[in-house]
Design a binder for this molecule. Structure first.
Ligand SMILES: *[C@@H]1O[C@H](CO)[C@@H](O)[C@H](O)[C@H]1NC(C)=O
Ligand SMILES: *[C@@H]1O[C@H](CO)[C@@H](O)[C@H](O)[C@H]1NC(C)=O
Ligand SMILES: *[C@@H]1O[C@H](CO)[C@@H](O)[C@H](O)[C@H]1NC(C)=O
Length: 432
């Protein structure tokens, strides 16, 4: 017996010690993974700004302080671009409001029917004047999406009228009236909406806002034609990719799981197209049954673009479609003040694409490029530790920039409007 006991004893005190050691190692490993994946050690910083030193830019940065302050994401998960993106993609926003809009229908020359939602302001604008935000949502998105509702509600309360384009085919309960859905760069519907607003509100000035793919569309629209910039006060684009051709190559790479996001977006696109099967693949369409079967098996956006999307506007190759529908060939024609916002941890927009906005901001005095460290794709959540606030950094930046531009227009010394004669005086007047 005693021999047994003495045999057993030396073993048992060691076992718990070994378990403790393993537990400790496991906990350390989990913590390491959390710290790595959630980027907990990543610092917070103000967005990196690229802009030229002009009177207008100095005024804007002074009047819109959020652009020069740190963007602080929620402590536990906000530094992961994937979690910000996933939360935005799944949840949209937390407790998003339900702004009351009027749905408008515009017949297009090719038989399509564009729809947009119109929201009247809920307060007087701080300048006492009339401004309208013309908003283009992300790919296949519409005015009922949470991030749009949150932004519209906030803008309305700051005294802006809002008009939100519903991408052709994106609203689940609206039938197509011609065999066509939205594409990456088609500006027809956006142009129709802006045309309607200019006519219906002859005194209003426009603030053009584009989210994600919508940013590509609005920048392309403004750059396509000088007349499109008339009565436009400024433009803000958030999280767009600028060049579909260059983005395409990065979309087949696995780093940042981009190939996986590609798959998810392709799936969404497939659903939209299939929900309009009857109108798109009827006998009046250029689509063939073979295209339909290729659509069923597609696992990437490129496959869908090649079999379906490029044909809506008759492009003969995928390369031509991406080339012609990207704003990168038009954006240098935009002369109104333009704020381009991107996030460095956006899993959908590869770093290499960001040379486009930063070079543009170096060349053009009215372009400002703001690059945040965190925020993911259209995430930009704010909040202390775990729970995000309803309003995001992105909503505040757009409205803050718009407010600053409205103020600039109002206080603009007369010499700015009349030309160069008193340029010196203007500089003094605005730098105080
Ligand atoms: C809305 O836009 C986001 C990104 O811009 C995208 O992930 C999502 O799939 C879109 N919704 C639909 C229905 O396509
Ligand atoms: C196909 O064409 C016929 C006549 O050519 C027409 O009556 C029918 O409505 C068309 N079907 C669709 C789905 O467009
Ligand atoms: C920049 O924007 C201001 C304000 O809209 C405008 O007066 C000015 O002409 C623009 N500058 C250029 C170079 O287009």
């Amino acid at each position: 017996m005693s021999a047994h006991e003495s045999d057993a004893y030396p073993v048992s005190p060691e076992m718990p010690a070994m378990f403790d050691g393993m537990k400790l190692a496991a906990v350390a490993a989990v913590l390491y993974i959390i710290v790595r994946c959630l980027n907990l050690k990543s610092p917070t910083a103000p967005p990196k700004l690229v802009y030229q030193d002009t009177a207008l830019n100095r005024f804007l940065l002074k009047s819109c302080p959020i652009l020069t302050k740190e963007y602080i994401p929620p402590l536990l998960w906000g530094k992961s671009g994937h979690l910000q993106t996933a939360l935005y993609g799944k949840l949209g926003r937390v407790s998003s409001p339900h702004p009351n809009g009027l749905r408008m229908y515009l017949p297009m020359p090719d038989g399509a029917t564009a729809t947009f939602d119109l929201f009247e302001p809920l307060a007087d604008h701080q300048t006492g004047e009339d401004f309208t935000m013309v908003i283009c949502p992300g790919i296949g998105n519409h005015s009922e999406k949470h991030y749009i509702r949150t932004f519209v509600d906030y803008s309305q309360k700051q005294g802006y009228r809002c008009a939100v384009l519903n991408h052709l085919g994106a609203l689940p309960n609206i039938e197509l009236t011609s065999p066509r859905v939205f594409t990456y760069g088609c500006t027809w519907e956006f142009a129709a909406m802006v045309g309607y607003i200019k006519k219906a509100f002859p005194q209003t000035r426009l603030i053009v806002v584009g989210f994600s793919l919508g940013g590509n569309i609005v920048c392309k629209y403004l750059g396509e034609n000088r007349a499109n910039q008339e009565r436009v006060l400024c433009c803000v684009s958030v999280c767009q990719g600028y060049s579909a051709l260059r983005a395409q190559e990065t979309f087949l790479q696995w780093d940042q799981c981009r190939r996986f996001y590609n798959f998810l977006m392709a799936d969404n696109m497939k659903k939209i197209i299939l929900s309009h099967r009857a109108s798109l693949f009827g006998n009046t369409s250029v689509m063939l049954d073979a295209d339909l079967s290729r659509l069923y098996t597609a696992t990437s956006l490129m496959q869908i673009d090649d079999s379906i999307m490029r044909k809506f506007h008759g492009y003969s190759s995928l390369k031509e479609y991406y080339e012609k529908e990207s704003c990168v060939h038009y954006i240098h024609n935009v002369n109104v003040p333009l704020l381009l916002v991107n996030s460095a941890d956006d899993p959908l927009v590869h770093q290499s694409l960001l040379t486009i906005p930063s070079t543009l901001a170096e060349k053009k005095e009215n372009v400002t490029f703001a690059l945040t460290l965190h925020g993911g794709h259209l995430g930009f959540f704010e909040g202390a530790v775990l729970f995000p606030q309803p309003l995001t950094w992105m909503d505040k930046v757009i409205v803050g920039y718009a407010n600053a531009m409205c103020q600039w227009e109002k206080q603009k010394p007369p010499c700015q409007a009349s030309g160069q004669q008193n340029a010196g005086q203007c500089q003094e007047a605005t730098s105080q």
